[in-house]
Design a protein around this ligand. Structure first.
Ligand code: SAH
Length: 213
């Protein structure tokens, strides 16, 4: 697990690419500059780590494109100490960004292989979420609700009701909704029964899968 000055240089370049694409939140850019993304992908593909691209990880899943991670993080405006639920731990890269933003993170993954791999790997880098959960993100995490922010990092065919109901008033759910491509959709909870909805453009994610049979 080596992190060199060359990697640091590539990360600084990546942060500049993201800045040019509209990521202006300094805390998010600092997280991108700090987290060794090359350690989150297979070492033989290290040269891809600091390009602004999604990349295959285990179990036919992908590590999200850096721009997407930065966009979701910036949109949620995560603050120190906020309670954040992440659906789709995957490689753990987005989890690491949330932890750099000083959130208290609960992260759910439904692929057992990835759950095991990432819950073992992330703490070795010093990134310790409050909890890694092996389970179904469609259900959220009722026992730990309510949350300030909920971020979904897989493409959802519809908006799961439990996720909306597990938000604090004032809280936000950011979820890519759609089948082949998705519309990044932000819900802000205005009251017990009212939600404001904003559509924030097209993205492409691997699908959010329902219970395995
Ligand atoms: N944030 C991750 C993105 C991984 S891709 C990263 O940057 O690496 C999306 C992840 O969502 C995959 O790991 C996939 O297994 C997981 N996923 C898909 N459906 C899910 C569900 N219903 N509940 C929890 N995780 C799910």
């Amino acid at each position: 697990m080596k992190d060199t000055a060359k990697h640091q240089g590539l990360r600084n370049q990546l942060a500049n690419v993201l800045l040019a694409k509209g990521i202006t939140d300094q805390n998010v850019l600092n997280a991108i500059k700090k987290i060794p993304r090359h350690l989150f992908i297979d070492s033989s593909f290290e040269s891809h780590a600091y390009q602004d691209k999604a990349f295959p990880i285990a179990a036919e899943q992908t590590i999200s494109q850096p721009y997407t991670v930065a966009f979701q993080s910036q949109t949620l405006a995560v603050k120190n100490g906020e309670k954040v639920l992440e659906i789709g731990t995957g490689s753990g890269y987005q989890t690491a960004v949330l932890l750099e933003l000083k959130a208290e993170v609960y992260s759910i993954e439904r692929q057992h292989e990835l759950f095991k791999k990432t819950s073992n790997f992330l703490p070795k880098l010093g990134y310790k979420p409050k909890r890694f959960v092996f389970g179904d993100g469609y259900k959220g995490l009722p026992a730990q609700a309510p949350f300030d922010k909920i971020i979904v990092t897989a493409g959802a065919p519809f908006v799961p009701k439990p996720l909306l109901s597990q938000l604090k008033v004032g809280g936000m759910l950011l979820i890519p909704v759609g089948d082949k491509t998705q519309i990044m959709t932000l819900f802000v909870r205005k009251s017990a029964t009212q939600f404001e909805k904003h559509e924030l453009g097209d993205f492409a994610f691997v699908p959010m899968l329902e219970e395995k049979n």
